[in-house]
Ligand binder design. Structure first.
Ligand SMILES: [Zn+2]
Length: 109
């Protein structure tokens, strides 16, 4: 028996496709990566846009898409504030040059 496969996502970079594949497999979904760069090429190198496809069995599509959306939500946007720049009391962005939070008055000292 050979279940029908559906492409649920395409990626430009192998590393992004691999992260998504591992994430889905951790959720119990069998994932097929199509058009992976050939062995011997730099694993992190770019291929043509959208060339790498992730496919899952037709029955797993809904769950797989939901998990990919969850993965995208969990990703920190580039350049977001780090822990050191946020007030530990109220979570407001904090100027590291100052001693206390301008929002709630919390201080490191
Ligand atoms: Zn604060």
């Amino acid at each position: 028996m050979n279940p029908r496969r559906v492409t649920i996502a395409t990626y430009d970079r192998t590393v992004e496709a691999a992260v998504a594949k591992l994430y889905l497999e951790a959720g119990g979904i069998s994932v097929f990566m199509i058009n992976e760069p050939m062995v011997g090429l730099d694993w992190l190198s770019s291929v043509a846009p959208g060339e790498i496809q992730l496919q899952v069995a037709e029955d797993d599509v809904a769950q797989a898409v939901a998990q990919l959306e969850e993965l995208a939500r969990n990703r920190q946007p580039a350049g977001s504030v780090t822990d050191e720049e946020v007030c530990l009391s109220c979570g407001s962005p904090m100027d590291l040059a100052g001693d206390c939070c301008t929002e709630c008055g919390w201080t490191y000292l």
